[in-house]
Design a binder for this molecule. Structure first.
Ligand SMILES: [Zn+2]
Length: 380
C-alpha cells in the first residue's frame, strides 16, 4: 500500500518545495511527484495542510526521556520509553546515551542496544557511550569515581555492538593515539569531550581517526589566545563534526555563531543531551544519587552544575532559528542530514529523497511537531 503525502512544504533537494506529493511505499520514500501522477490514485492520501515536512530528526546524545534515565536501567524497555518520549518532538532516530558508569553497566547498555537492533526497534540507531574516559577537571556532572584512563584491555568491550553505530566520547588525553586508531578501525565513532587536550593532542587524535566533538564548548578547556586547545582544534579542522546544545544556556549563542563561521554548517549537529524530564511531567530526577532539578528549563544539580538539558529536538531546531539566525532548512538539516552523515547513515537517513527510509516530521508554522513517521509508520 502506497501513502501519498500531499499539500505540504517539503525540505527536499536544495530547499523547501511546494506543490509536490511525496509517495511512500512500505518503509521507504518512493518518489516526489506531481499530484496528478498516476501513482497517487489508489494511494492512501494524507493532506499535510500546507505544513512543513522535514526529514525526521536524529539525536546522537539522549540520556533519558519519558521519566527514564538510561543509566538507571540500561534495558530495551528503557530505550523504548526514551524513544517514544522523544518521538513526540520529532526524533525518529537516536542513540541512547550512557554517561560515565562502571564497566558492567556499559556492558548491559551495549547488550540492551543490541537487543533493540536485533528486534528491529524503530528509531534506535546504536549507542553513545559518554565516558568514563574523561578528564576529571572537565567532568561536569560525571561521577569522579567512575572516571578512568582507556587502555587496550577495554577496546574489544567498546567495539562489542555488532550492528548500528557506537559513538564513544573520550578525552584524548585519557588514552593514546594508538588506541584511538584501534577504536576507529573497530568501527567506533570517536568523539572528543570533557577534555583539556591541547591543540596538538587533539590534532593528533584527528589524524588517528577522531571523528567529532561532543557538545562543543561544554566540558572543554576554554578557547585561549595562547592555547587554542581542543576548542581551537575542533574549529580549525574542516572535516570533523561538532555536536552543539542550542538551549540558550549551555553556550552563549554568539559563541555558537562564531563557531558556525569557522567551518561549514554540514559539520554541526543539534543534540539535546536530554535528561528524563523530556516528555515527562516530572521536574526533577536522580542522577547517580544526586537530585537534579529543572528550573526555568535548565537542569542543575545541588551545586548549580549544568546536568544535561530539558531540551527536545523540536526546541533545538526552533532555537537554531531564533538564537542563531539560521534559516529553517539549515536548522532542520543540522537535526537530520548532518547527524546522519556523521553516523555514516547519510545514504538512507536524514533526507527526503527516493529510496531513503520514510522517517519524517511534520511541523506547523511555529515549528511545533504535528506528526511523525518512522519507516513509513505514522504516529502523532
Ligand atoms: Zn557531557
Amino acid at each position: 500500500m502506497r501513502t501519498a503525502l500531499t499539500n505540504g512544504r517539503l525540505l527536499a533537494g536544495e530547499g523547501i518545495v511546494s506543490g509536490q506529493t511525496l509517495l511512500l511505499a512500505g518503509s521507504r520514500i518512493e518518489a516526489l511527484v506531481d499530484p496528478k501522477d498516476s501513482r497517487c490514485r489508489g494511494s492512501e492520501v494524507v493532506d499535510l495542510g500546507g505544513q512543513l515536512l522535514l526529514p525526521g530528526f536524529i539525536d546522537v546524545q539522549v540520556n533519558g526521556g519519558g521519566g527514564v534515565l538510561f543509566n538507571d536501567d540500561p534495558s530495551p524497555e528503557s530505550i523504548r520509553t526514551i524513544g517514544e518520549a522523544h518521538r513526540r518532538f520529532g526524533t525518529t532516530g537516536f542513540l541512547p546515551t550512557l554517561i560515565s558508569d562502571d564497566l558492567e553497566t556499559i556492558e548491559r547498555a551495549i547488550a540492551a542496544t543490541q537487543t533493540c537492533l536485533d528486534t528491529g526497534m524503530r528509531g534506535v540507531l546504536g549507542i553513545h557511550i559518554e565516558g568514563p574516559f574523561l578528564n576529571l577537571a572537565r567532568r561536569g556532572v560525571h561521577d569522579p569515581k567512575h572516571l578512568r584512563p582507556l587502555d587496550d584491555s577495554l577496546v574489544s568491550l567498546l567495539c562489542r555492538l555488532r550492528d548500528g553505530r557506537t559513538v564513544l566520547t573520550l578525552a584524548p588525553e585519557m588514552t593514546t593515539p594508538e588506541i584511538i586508531a584501534k577504536l576507529a578501525a573497530g568501527g567506533i565513532l570517536v568523539s572528543a569531550g570533557h577534555s583539556e587536550a591541547s591543540f596538538a593532542e587533539t590534532t593528533e587524535a584527528i589524524a588517528r581517526g577522531l571523528r567529532g566533538f561532543t557538545h562543543l564548548f561544554n566540558g572543554m578547556a576554554r578557547l585561549d589566545p595562547r592555547a587554542p586547545g581542543i576548542v581551537g582544534a575542533a574549529l580549525y579542522d574542516s572535516d570533523t563534526w561538532c555536536g552543539i546544545i542550542v538551549d540558550g544556556h549551555h553556550v552563549d549563542p554568539i559563541m555558537l555563531q562564531l563557531a558556525l563561521r569557522c567551518k561549514r554548517h554540514e559539520r554541526f549537529m543539534l543534540v539535546t543531551d536530554a535528561m528524563p524530564t523530556v516528555g515527562s511531567a516530572n521536574s526533577s530526577f536522580v542522577l547517580q544519587g544526586r537530585t537534579i532539578s529543572v528550573v526555568d528549563g535548565i537542569c542543575r544539580d545541588e551545586n548549580g552544575t549544568l546536568a544535561g538539558t530539558a531540551l527536545d529536538m523540536a526546541g533545538a531546531v526552533r532555537n537554531a532559528v531564533s538564537l542563531l539566525g539560521l534559516d529553517i532548512a539549515t536548522a532542520a538539516r543540522m537535526a537530520s542530514q548532518y547527524p546522519a552523515d556523521f553516523l555514516g547513515l547519510g545514504h538512507e537517513l536524514g533526507r527526503i529523497a527516493p529510496d531513503y527510509l520514510a522517517n519524517l516530521v511534520l511541523m506547523d508554522d511555529d515549528l511545533k511537531v504535528q506528526k511523525t513517521w518512522i519507516e513509513g509508520q505514522a504516529s502523532v
